[in-house]
Design a protein around this ligand. Structure first.
Ligand SMILES: C[S@@+](CC[C@H](N)C(=O)[O-])C[C@H]1O[C@@H](n2cnc3c(N)ncnc32)[C@H](O)[C@@H]1O
Length: 293
C-alpha cells in the first residue's frame, strides 16, 4: 500500500485530489513518456497490456508515467487492475506483512472493536459455516476470526502472492480449519464460493479490483451463494463524496480505486447493516457489514 512509500507523508490523508495533482517534474516525465510511446508503440502497447509496477530502465519508467496519466484521463480501469495485480504478485505482496502487520494490533484491535462486535452479532444471528478472506496476506486476521467466531467449520485465505501463501502453508501457527490458497480472489469465488459464508476483505483488498469485477463477484454471491455476510474494511479517498457519485475513482499514490461501498453492496443484492469510517495514518478506512437480501 501507499504507506510502503517513504515519500508519502503519513499525516496527509489519501485523496483523489493528490492523485490528480502533478508538479512540473511529473508533467515533464509524462510528456517524455508520451514522446517515447509514440516512437516505440510496440513497447507502449506491451506495457499497457502487462503494466510494470516497478519498471526498470528510464524508457519503461517514462512510458509507465504516461500510461498511468492516460488511464486516469480515459478511465482505463482494466489497466490499473493489471498494474495492481503485478505489484501484489511480486515484492509488494511478499514484503507487505513485514511492514504492515502492526496494523492488526494498532488499527483492527485498537480501533475497530465496535465493528468486530457488530460482526460477531451478525455471525451469531446468521450462523455462517465458512469464512473466506480475500487478500489474507500473512493470515493474522483469518486466524483471529476463525478462533473468535464460534462454530466456523472451514476458513479459506485467498491470496495472490505465491511467496506469502507458501509461508502461511508451511507455518504451524494456524488453526487446523484454515487453508491458504494462491489465487485471484475473483476467479476463486466464481468457481469455488459456497453458500453460508462470511466473506472478508480487510485493510484494502477490494480497492485493487475494478468496479465491474466487484459487481460480478457480489452479484454472484447474492444470486447464487446466499445467505452470506460480507465484512469489508477498505480505504476510501478522503474527498470522495458518495452522495454525488457512484463512480470508482483512482486515488492516493498507488492509484487504487476509491469505491462507493454503500452503492457497491446495495446495487448488487446486499443490505448494508453497518458502516463506519476510521482514520488511521493516511487512510480513511471504511468498515462495511452487508448481508444478502
Ligand atoms: C493492502 S494488503 C492487505 C493485506 C491484509 N488483508 C491486511 O489487512 O493486512 C492487500 C492484499 O491483497 C492481496 N491481493 C491483491 N489483489 C488480489 C487479488 N486479485 N486476489 C487475491 N489477493 C489479492 C495482496 O497480495 C495483499 O496481500
Amino acid at each position: 500500500m501507499t504507506s510502503l512509500n517513504p515519500r508519502i507523508q503519513m499525516s496527509t490523508m489519501l485523496s483523489i485530489e493528490n492523485a490528480q495533482k502533478r508538479n512540473w517534474k511529473q508533467s515533464a516525465k509524462e510528456f517524455a513518456g508520451q514522446a517515447i510511446a509514440t516512437l516505440s508503440p510496440q513497447r507502449a502497447e506491451q506495457l499497457f497490456e502487462a503494466p510494470a509496477s516497478q519498471p526498470s530502465g528510464l524508457q519503461d519508467k517514462l512510458i509507465m508515467a504516461y500510461l498511468k496519466r492516460r488511464a486516469m484521463r480515459k478511465k482505463q480501469d482494466d489497466f490499473f487492475e493489471r498494474l495492481h495485480i503485478d505489484f501484489w504478485q511480486g515484492d509488494g505482496g511478499a514484503v507487505f506483512s513485514k511492514n504492515c502487520d502492526h496494523r492488526f494490533e494498532d488499527l483492527f484491535l485498537a480501533k475497530q472493536k465496535e465493528d468486530f462486535d457488530i460482526l460477531r452479532d451478525t455471525w451469531n444471528s446468521h450462523q455462517p459455516q465458512h469464512i473466506v478472506e480475500f487478500g489474507c496476506n500473512s493470515g493474522i486476521l483469518l486466524q483471529y476470526m476463525t478462533t473468535e467466531l464460534h462454530g466456523c467449520q472451514t476458513a479459506t485465505g485467498i491470496e495472490i502472492n505465491a511467496q506469502q501463501v507458501r509461508k502461511n502453508q508451511e507455518s504451524s501457527a494456524f488453526d487446523s480449519r484454515i487453508k491458504f490458497l494462491n489465487a485471484d480472489g475473483g476467479e476463486w469465488l466464481l468457481e469455488n464460493g459456497k453458500a453460508n459464508s462470511l466473506f472478508v476483505s480487510n485493510g484494502g483488498v477490494l480497492e485493487y479490483f475494478r468496479r465491474e469485477r466487484l459487481d460480478e463477484m457480489l452479484t454472484h454471491i447474492s444470486s447464487n451463494l446466499g445467505p452470506a455476510v460480507f465484512f469489508a474494511v477498505e480505504p476510501v479517498a478522503n474527498d470522495h463524496d458518495w452522495s454525488k457519485t457512484t463512480d470508482c475513482i483512482p486515488f492516493g499514490e498507488e492509484l487504487s480505486f476509491s469505491h462507493n461501498y454503500t452503492d457497491l453492496f446495495e446495487s448488487n443484492g446486499f443490505q448494508v447493516i453497518h458502516q463506519r469510517p476510521v482514520e488511521f495514518e493516511s487512510w480513511k478506512m471504511m468498515a462495511t457489514i452487508a448481508v444478502t437480501r
